[in-house]
Design a protein around this ligand. Structure first.
Ligand code: NAD
Length: 422
């Protein structure tokens, strides 16, 4: 049984608490506060799907558009058994703030289907994706709401979304979704983008704190898209990756893990991460978070650092790759420990930034070289990092509150300029 407060693990509560704190510090006027606190639209769809056995099943899906004030909604589609409307609502709001922190012209949205992708066949997943997209087709679109992959979905899922939407509107519409395969209008560099963004933020943070990558021990929880790419890129940049974990368990090796070999083990040989032969000590997926290191990157899932365990976190920099890995209740504990936090809405924004580049390229019908994508990503991440950290220093708030204030202020200004349509 968990000893945390009953609502601590409710991610909507976490998102809302951060919004409240920042709105108060910003002195957001009452009407604007209410406007931004609630989503613009919440849609529930009941998705009938014939399973391979012939049995008819109905899956529950959601799409929440939190804000379209600064541009079309943008946000992933999650396939997971524990998807809930609260979670989708929180993730949609986070997308609004994330797009605003890095100043790209999108609002925020998120979607999800309650299902277990590990227990469904490829054709069942295809039918769920297509019917979910068809049910939402009038709400989606390059100028309305643009989905992307998230937990349990991938490039193939996005290809099915693009095809289904295109069939409904009777024309190929690549820009309706991002995170697509390169053959269908995907962008160079998208797969690495979130991990690259995390590394760029870590580079800035260590520079600021007078540290060097060669002396930085890094622990990464999560070895999926985000965690594995962050590990690979940080390893190449000279960081020493001493700990890794996925849902099956963790590895800890003080001498540093050979990341290319781990990548080969997991992604080419398709073997379990905890069985990696030169992995050192085996730990649980959560225990890895508490080993001493300079940089801790939770890049798996939400609610990993809570009031129950935050006192055990032993790092100088906490760089959040997952959305909501730290609960709002745990924030003050981390702050008291003097840890430099790179909050999720900044740290993992590299993914949505290159999604924005993908959307631009699709609309232009003109594709950039990988080097151009990476350079533009670096510009965005470094500028955004500087803006957040400067705000935090000038206004004497922590980095998380600063990121929210920068974001909320941008959305509020856009809202005031647009006015309220009535
Ligand atoms: P993924 O499905 O590719 O990988 C998730 C990884 O986390 C897997 O290695 C899985 O085994 C591991 N994991 C899951 N639960 C765990 C647990 N309880 N303990 C330890 N490991 C666990 O997903 P992803 O795309 O890498 O996303 C990871 C996180 O990053 C999510 O919170 C997602 O919302 C966020 N995120 C992803 C992107 C992106 O571009 N993919 C962008 C921004 C934020």
């Amino acid at each position: 049984m968990s000893a945390v407060a009953p609502d601590e693990l409710n991610v909507y509560r976490s998102a809302d608490a951060r919004f409240e704190a920042a709105a108060q510090k910003l002195g957001l006027e009452d009407g604007v506060y209410r406007y931004l606190k609630y989503p613009s639209k919440e849609i529930t769809v009941y998705v009938p799907v014939a399973l391979d056995t012939g049995k008819l099943e109905v899956f529950i899906g959601y799409r929440v558009l939190h804000s379209a004030v600064r541009g079309p909604g943008k946000g992933g589609i999650r396939f997971a058994p524990n998807v809930s409307i609260d979670e989708v609502r929180a993730l949609a709001a986070w997308m609004t703030w994330k797009c605003a922190v890095v100043n790209i012209p999108f609002g925020g949205a998120k979607g999800g289907v309650i299902c277990d992708p590990t227990k469904l066949s490829r054709s069942e997943l295809e039918r769920i994706t297509r019917r979910y997209t068809a049910e939402l087709s009038e709400w989606l679109g390059p100028e309305r709401d643009v989905p992307a992959p998230d937990l349990g979905t991938n490039e193939q899922t996005m290809a099915w979304v693009m095809d289904t939407y295109s069939m409904h509107v009777r024309q190929a519409t690549t820009a309706v979704v991002t995170g697509k395969p390169l053959e269908l209008g995907g962008s160079q560099g998208r797969r690495e983008a979130t991990g690259r963004g995390l590394m760029l933020c870590c580079n800035k943070a260590i520079h600021k704190l007078g540290m060097y990558s060669q002396n930085c021990r890094v622990i990464i929880q999560g070895f999926g898209n985000v965690g594995s790419q962050a590990a690979q890129l940080m390893h190449e940049a000279g960081y020493k990756i001493i700990g890794l974990a996925d849902i099956y368990g963790g590895l800890y090796n003080e001498n540093g893990l050979d990341i290319p070999k781990v990548m080969d083990w997991v992604y080419t040989q398709r073997k379990a991460l905890p069985d990696f032969p030169e992995g050192g000590e085996k730990l649980s997926a959560q225990e890895i978070l508490f080993r001493p290191c300079e940089i801790l990157v939770p890049a798996a899932t939400e609610n990993q650092i809570t009031t129950e365990n935050a006192h055990r976190v032993d790092c100088k920099i906490l760089c959040e790759g997952a959305n909501g890995p730290t609960t709002s209740y745990a924030d003050p504990i981390i702050e008291r420990k003097g840890i430099f936090v790179i909050p999720d809405i900044l740290g993992n924004a590299g993914g949505v930034t290159v999604s924005y580049f993908e959307w631009v390229q699709d609309r232009q019908g003109f594709f950039w070289r990988e080097r151009e994508v990476n350079e533009r990503l670096r510009d965005v991440m470094e500028r955004s990092f500087d803006e957040v950290v400067r705000y935090a220093e000038v206004h004497k708030v922590n980095n998380r509150v600063a990121a929210y204030i920068v974001a909320i202020d941008r959305v509020a200004r856009a809202l005031k300029l647009r006015g309220i349509y009535a």
